[in-house]
Design a protein around this ligand. Sequence first.
Ligand code: AMP
Ligand code: GLY
Length: 419
Amino acid sequence: MNIGIIGSGGREHSLCSKLKESSLVDKIFCFPGNAGTETIAKNINIDILDFEKIKITCEENNIELIVVGPEKPLVDGIVEYFKKTKIKIFGPDKISSQLEGSKTFTKKLCKKYKIPTSNFEILNDKKSALNYLSSTKYPLVVKADGLAAGKGVYICKNQDEANEAVKEIFGGRFGKADCVLIEEFLVGEEMSYFIISDGVSHKFFQTAQDHKRVGENDTGKNTGGMGAYSPSRLYNTDLDKKINDKIIRPTLDGIKDLGTNYCGFLYIGLMILNNEPYLIEFNVRMGDPECQTILPILETDLGEIILACCDKKLLNINIEWKEKKSVCIVLCSNGYPENYQKNVNIDQIKNIKLDNDEYIFHAGTKIEHNEYLANGGRVLNIIATTESFRKSKEKAIKILNNLNWKHGFYRKDIAYKVT
Ligand code: AMP
Ligand code: GLY
C-alpha cells in the first residue's frame, strides 16, 4: 500500500521512518516533508490546506491511506473531505478536533463531564476581562481560544502581565478574538499521555515528558519543544487508571454525545499533583518532539496499527513496547524561538554514523543542490534508546558533539529529572 503523510516536521519524519519499516507499506509520499523524509520517501511540495490538490496527487500516485501529522488540516476538516473519497484517512474529524482547535470547547466539555482541570472563566470582551483581572489571585494563565501555534498561552505572575496578555489577544495577535480564557495556575509536574483510537476502542500509546522552555532548568521563552524523554517518570498503573476513568473515557463519551467518534492519536497534556491527573490541554495529534521520542520504542508494526484503526479493528491489535528508555534532544538554530538565520549549511550531517539504537529525525531542513540546509528554528531531533536514560542521553549528546554545528544550540539538561 502507498501512504501519504501530511506535514514537514520532526514528528512527520519519525512517522515516515517507522511506516517505512511496516510490512504493509510500499511507497511513502510526504506533503511536503523535509530533507530527512526526502531520503526515504518522495516529497511533494503542496499546500497542506489544499485538500483538492492533495486528493489529485493521491489519485495520481495510488496513495490509499493518508496519515495527518499537524493539527491545522484536522481542525479545518481534512478528514470529512477525504471520507467522501475512496482514500482512507487517519485522524479525528472536525467536531473532535475542536478538542485542540478551541480551548473553550474543551473547558466546557470538562465542566459538563466533571473532568479534573483548572478552574476557569471565559470572558467575551476586553473590558470584562480586564475587570476580572483586577480582583483575582495570581499567578494565573491567560489563553487565546483558537489555534495559536503554541504561542497563545501566557503564564502571568501579576495583573500587569495579565492585562498585557488580554490586550494582545483582543488586539488580534492570534486572529480575531471573540473571547479569552483565564485559568487558575496549576502546580505539579507535567506529563504527556497518548492514546490511539479507532472510534470503537482506544489503546495506550505511551507517555513522555517534554521540555517546552528554551533555557536550561526550564527557563526562558516557550518553544515548540526542546527535547523529551519517554516513558515519563510519573507513570504508574494507579495514575493510568485515574487518567482513563476521570479524563479519557468521559472525553470520548462527550465526543460521542456530539454525534461522532474520536479516531486518531489523542495527546493528553496533564499536570500531575500527588499522583492525581489534571487536564491542561488536548492535542488531536501526536506531540512534537514526543512522537520522535516514542516511536523508536514501539515494537508493533505502525502500519498495521493505523490500518486497523481505519478499519475499526484496533481491538484486535496488541500494541507492544520495547523495554527501552528514550531521550530526544532538539538541535535549534541560534536565535530560536525568535529570529534565526535560514538556509544555513548543515552538511556535516552526511558524516554522522548511527548505531542501531540511534536516530536523527529532521525538522526544519531541506536539500538544495545535494546539500543539507537548515531552514527552520528547530532543525534536527537526535534520539537514542538504551536500557537507561543516562546512557541514552550520553549517546545523543555524543552525536551532537560529532555534528558540532556552529550555527545552533541545544539544551544539555534534557531529561534532567531522570538522569
Ligand atoms: P497549552 O498550550 O495549553 O499546553 O499550554 C502550554 C504550556 O503552558 C503547558 O504545557 C504548561 O506548561 C503551561 N500551562 C498551560 N495551562 C496551565 C495552567 N492552567 N497551569 C499551569 N501551567 C499551565
Ligand atoms: N510537545 C508539544 C506539542 O506537540 O504540542
